[in-house]
Design a protein around this ligand. Sequence first.
Ligand code: FES
Length: 97
Amino acid sequence: MNKPVISDNSPIKVTLGKDKKYFFCACGRSGNQPFCDGSHKETDFEPVKYVAEEKVMVAFCGCKQSKHPPYCDDTHIAIVEEPKEGDDPFESGERII
Ligand code: FES
């Protein structure tokens, strides 16, 4: 199974309209976070359907690791991102001791 892409290391707060249907991006590849834009098609992920029963502000998961999607459950706090290629911790000239 593919791993989801971490689209954000914090929750994504959105206001949703009453009786509107939304599709939460579970794969992290959407360019329209936190909503699905169809980019999951080549993955094993499916969007999570969400119907707002009233106008509401919610905190959707940005790291895509939540155990209760689409909601943020603070899992992002424990995520340590691997350094990306080209990341140089000494680039700033700071000394790490
Ligand atoms: S684009 Fe991520 S689930 Fe559809």
